[in-house]
Design a protein around this ligand. Structure first.
Ligand code: MD5
Ligand code: FE
Length: 199
């Protein structure tokens, strides 16, 4: 059964354990081609989350700002989005259009992501889909104005969340990770996939 958290559609337990394991195997291949890196904020502070991506674009941040780039910082093109991820996007959105970017965020112990809006994309009428793998994460979502009321929900391994319509421009973030709450990832921590249409 789907949960509605301030307009975000959360699908608890969408992926069973074998499906999560298969996804992790595909992500290991993505990370081999495009290794995780730690982006810097435009002000030069390292983010606590490590990132990589698959697809036509990856999202990067450095002294020059936040943006989508067709290449990993090493200069290689991002690897293709795994078929299982594209199938999940089709199943949950029903769209004929594939996402351009599968951002892969890796949260180790203590990593977090401050409240923000996703607004580097050209068209906010496309949904954003997120897939949680590994350790549980406290996800916070508010409205479209900074400083408004927020609601929180724990996202667990295999959960999928869909931001569409009103909630597409909602402020959201990850307050904390329950380190060691899952054994899915051999290195521990949490991986989140964020699927987006970019342009
Ligand atoms: C994460 N990532 O878990 C978080 C939250 C990001 C980001 O916010 O920009 O990389 S993903 C939770 C989520 C699910 C569905 C839609 C939206 C967020 N959203 O666009 O608000 O690594
Ligand atoms: Fe976001």
């Amino acid at each position: 059964a789907a949960l509605d958290v301030r307009g975000v559609r959360v699908l608890p337990g969408y992926l069973d354990t074998p499906a999560q394991d298969r996804l992790v195997a595909r992500l290991r291949e993505v990370a081999r081609a495009a290794p995780f890196f730690r982006p810097e904020t435009p002000r030069g502070k390292p983010m606590s989350v490590r990132m990589t991506a698959a697809g036509r674009y990856g999202w990067v941040s450095d002294r020059r700002g936040y943006r989508y780039e067709p290449r990993h910082p090493s200069g290689v093109e991002w690897p293709p989005i795994p078929d299982a991820v594209l199938a999940l996007w089709r199943d949950v959105t029903g769209l004929g259009r594939a996402p351009d970017c599968c951002l892969v965020n890796w949260y180790e112990e203590g990593a977090r992501m401050g409240l923000h809006q996703d607004r580097d994309e050209a068209d906010f009428s496309w949904p954003v889909v997120s897939v949680s793998l590994g350790d549980e994460a406290l996800f916070r979502v508010g409205g479209t104005e900074r400083g408004g009321r927020t609601a929180s929900v724990w996202l667990r391994s295999g959960d999928v969340a869909v931001l569409e319509g009103e909630s597409r421009l909602a402020y959201h973030g990850i307050d904390r990770i329950r380190h060691g709450s899952s054994t899915l990832l051999p290195q521990g921590g949490r991986i989140n996939l964020t699927l987006r249409v970019v342009d």
